[in-house]
Design a protein around this ligand. Structure first.
Ligand code: GDP
Length: 324
């Protein structure tokens, strides 16, 4: 590693924001030489990671995620903690702006020196975006952040990706009848370790009814841990009501899961799954780049579509090229 990158590592480890931003730019870059430097940086930073509480936040657009994350972030800063906010938003390249790109979002938090807000990398595939977000998360941990909030827009597969990189996955819900059914249908309730009904200030009775309904629904799901019953809180992100209770619940979760060994086990599982994702992605890339695969793939695809050969025969023939 050259002296410039050494200085970058030292800057990140000292918790300075400029070197942190620079390191993240390298991680998110598509350039081969940047990628190589980013890999070396991450190797150097890895021994200093693992210290933060990794919190995933999901919910449909409009539920109040950014309002909540700002209130929550400012609350944590009041407690003397440093907070990083990252986002997984696979749609950012389509919409032309990431969910955190809008400057008016989390305005107070973004101005606070104890906070670091990073919009979603504008790379195409979810796999790519999630991979970068994981690496950015580790870099923030090495920089000494106590809490890392990973936000997802709540569409597509991004929830699974965020649940797969965080210690606790939290779902924000609206106090509307039927919102729980939508979330259950999407399978996102099964991922949740904590659920909060937001906008309780609008109609507290409706919020309590939504809470009771969600609790009933949760009874029908198989619990992910024998030691943890998914709590359903009510919240007003706008009035900052319930934010302290939310953090207390996160801490209780960490204590409980640490005592049972599940906290460390989840991280181990996530690290192994991440490795396999990278292996899968690497194999796919190698396969698609192979000159003979490139040459033969269109012909085989056409033959399969027209029923002249079977998918398995075509796959075997193409995969055999990798051994050449
Ligand atoms: P996001 O799309 O999930 O990030 O949602 P936003 O945080 O942008 O919030 C969407 C709208 O709901 C905004 O107009 C917020 O001011 C409003 N909102 C968010 N939280 C609350 C809340 O607790 N109570 C009320 N009454 N409005 C809220």
């Amino acid at each position: 590693m050259d002296t410039a990158d050494r200085a970058l590592v030292d800057g990140v480890l000292a918790g300075r924001l400029r070197p942190l931003a620079k390191a993240i730019t390298l991680i998110e870059s598509q350039r081969e030489d940047h990628q190589a430097r980013a890999r070396r940086l991450l190797e150097a930073l890895l021994p200093h990671t693992g210290g933060a509480m990794r919190i995933g936040i999901s919910g449909v657009p409009g539920v109040g995620k950014s309002t909540f994350i700002e209130a929550f972030g400012l609350y944590l800063i009041e407690q003397g903690l440093r907070v990083a906010v990252l986002a997984v938003d696979p749609s950012s390249s389509l919409t032309g702006g990431s969910i955190l790109g809008d400057k008016t979002r989390m305005e107070l938090l973004s101005r606070d020196p104890a906070a670091f807000i990073r919009p979603s990398p504008a790379a195409g595939s979810l796999g790519g975006v999630a991979e970068k977000t994981r690496e950015v998360m580790l870099t923030c941990e090495a920089a000494g952040f106590d809490a890392i909030v990973v936000e997802t827009v709540g569409v597509g597969q991004s929830e699974t990706a965020v649940a797969g990189m965080t210690d606790i996955f939290c779902l924000l819900q609206l106090p509307n009848a039927g919102d729980d059914l939508q979330a259950i249908k999407k399978g996102v309730v099964e991922l949740a370790d904590l659920i909060a009904i937001n906008k309780a200030d609008i109609n507290p009775t409706a919020a309590l009814a939504a809470r009771a309904q969600m609790k009933t629904a949760l009874h029908m799901l198989r619990p992910a841990s024998p030691n943890w019953t998914v709590p359903v809180l009510t919240l007003s992100a706008l009035e900052k009501d319930g934010v302290a209770a939310f953090w207390e619940t996160v801490l209780r979760y960490r204590e409980t899961m640490t005592a049972s060994g599940e906290f460390a086990a989840r991280r181990r599982r996530q690290a192994a799954a991440w490795m396999w994702e990278l292996i899968d992605a690497g194999l796919r890339r190698r396969f698609r780049r192979h000159p003979r695969v490139k040459a033969d793939l269109p012909g085989f695809a056409a033959a399969v579509e027209e029923g002249r050969t079977t998918p398995s025969a075509a796959a075997l023939a193409l995969l055999a090229h990798l051994q050449e």
